[in-house]
Ligand binder design. Structure first.
Ligand SMILES: [Mg+2]
Ligand SMILES: [Zn+2]
Length: 184
């Protein structure tokens, strides 16, 4: 893997997931070690971008200003660790909207590839859902599954996967990834 751009799903990867959706900044709780992992990726020279489905918008569970508040909390938590992500991309649509950005469709990933001028094959997408894996594979990017969030359920229900490395969580992935490609 020589990818320089790492895309992260949000819910279940950076923050704890909830079947009731993350509707407010108060409900946004980072997965242990995830913010430090992002910091390490950034220090190693990677561009780090978030790509998430936020159908709670289409479902009327929260509005754009609440989503902005959630993202502000995430950015502040990262800033307190001296780091920052390079972009946040989300699909605001519902499952019946037939958009091209809701994962498993690859729209968000292709948009990121275009905007950062990176080939999809040079991107890694870390997610906890089967739809994340599907989006990565359709885009032609490397899929990585973490067991946090819905990851264990995803693995039990849809796995084992071919060419999809599995890690306990984002922290575990970053530790192994940087060990393999950047450190001795
Ligand atoms: Mg997720
Ligand atoms: Zn969409």
């Amino acid at each position: 893997m020589t990818q320089k751009l790492v895309i992260l799903d949000r819910d279940g990867v950076i923050n704890e997931d909830s079947d009731a959706y993350i509707k407010s900044a108060d409900e946004w709780i980072p997965v242990p070690g995830s913010l430090e992992a992002i910091s390490r990726l950034k220090k190693a020279g990677y561009t780090v971008v978030v790509a998430s489905n936020q159908s709670g918008l289409a479902r009327g569970l929260f509005d754009l200003s609440a989503l902005q508040g959630i993202h502000d909390k995430m950015k502040l938590a990262l800033a307190q660790r001296g780091t920052a992500i390079d972009g946040i991309y989300f699909c605001p649509h519902g499952p019946n909207d037939n958009c091209s950005c809701r994962k498993p469709k690859p729209g968000l990933l292709l948009q990121i590839a275009a905007e950062f001028k990176v080939k999809p094959v040079d991107m890694i997408f870390v997610g906890d859902s089967y739809t994340d894996i599907q989006a990565a594979q359709v885009a032609g990017s490397q899929a990585v599954l973490v067991k946090s969030g819905k990851g264990t359920k995803t693995l039990n229900r849809h796995g084992p996967f071919t060419n999809v490395p599995v890690y306990d969580d984002l922290s575990h992935f970053v530790r192994e990834f940087l060990k393999k490609y950047h450190e001795k």
